[in-house]
Structures are given as C-alpha cells and as structure tokens.
Design a protein around this ligand. Structure first.
Ligand code: AMP
Length: 150
C-alpha cells in the first residue's frame, strides 16, 4: 500500500463489486471483525458472501452518487474498487480521491495499459495480468520449468 494505513476501531472499508475478489476481501475483513460495507448493482452477487458475513450490503450502482452517500463514503477509511469494469473502477477511485479526499484506495484494473493513469497518485493499483505475468516469469527463472515444448 502506498500510504501507511493505521487500523483503528474507526476503520470503515467500502468494497465496490461483490465478485469473487470483492466477496473474498469482504469475508476476510468480516472474519477479522472489521467494519465493512460491500456494494453491488446485482443483489444475486451477495450470495458469494459467507453466511457468517457480519458487514453491511448495499444494492445499487456505485457510479450513482446517491448510492455512495447511502454507503456513507465520507466516513470510509479505505475504498476498494473491484467491479468488473476498468472504467468504473478508475472513475470511482478518482472520485474517492479527488472529491472525497480519501487517502487509502485500492483499484483493480484488468487492462495493464491503463495502470499508467495512476502514476504519481497515492492510489494502489492491482493488475491480475501483471501479477500473473510476474509469477510465470519467476517460475521460469527459477528453472522449475524443465522443458519448453515449441
Ligand atoms: P467479478 O467480475 O466476479 O469480479 O464481479 C464484479 C462485480 O462488480 C459483479 O458482481 C458486478 O455486478 C459488480 N459491478 C459491476 N459494475 C458495478 C457498479 N457500477 N456498481 C456496483 N457493482 C458493480
């Protein structure tokens, strides 16, 4: 994380997108007894949450400012934008940073070429493509791939 996140009892994480990643993060934070709210435009997505999930859920399109207000974004200490749409994630993370002045934001981007949008910003970007590429390269470099068939 680019900034130091000091966890306190006032922690309040908003996760946007209850896909596999968003739901897993929400379940983990809930297990750690953190305050968490997860937003998704599709109420069926919340089925991915554990039955023991102790956070809040909010059905709605997170690009709607009314939904973010309902989520009490002004109180959030961490925003995680993990919808399946890079444009939405970029827009939400920039809104959280520039309008709501959030210090801790994590955004997922599928398209590695769009990562540069965040150069010089305090927003943390996770890019599954780059992570996978790095892992594969590391495995190859370690020499555990004995034979490459072409
Ligand atoms: P996945 O592709 O499994 O990571 O899931 C992404 C999730 O993001 C899905 O459950 C979508 O319904 C959700 N999603 C996509 N766009 C929005 C949006 N604008 N607001 C809230 N949730 C969204």
């Amino acid at each position: 994380m680019k900034g130091v996140l000091n966890r306190t009892r006032n922690d309040y994480t908003i996760i946007i997108g209850c896909g596999r990643l968003g739901a897993s993060i929400a379940n983990t934070l809930s297990d750690q007894e953190k305050n968490v709210l997860i937003i998704d435009s599709n109420k069926d997505s919340f089925r991915k949450l554990n039955p023991s999930f102790g956070g809040l859920i909010l059905t709605g399109d997170a690009t709607d400012l009314g939904v973010l207000k309902e989520a009490q974004i002004e109180k959030a200490t961490l925003i995680i934008a993990v919808t399946n749409n890079d444009n939405t994630n970029i827009m939400l993370s920039q809104l959280a940073s520039e309008v709501y002045k959030k210090q801790h934001i994590i955004v997922r981007l599928y398209d590695p070429e769009r990562k540069d949008v965040f150069n010089g910003s305090s927003i943390d970007v996770i890019c599954p493509f780059i992570m996978s590429l790095n892992e594969v390269t590391e495995i190859i470099d370690m020499g555990t791939v004995e034979e490459v068939i072409v």
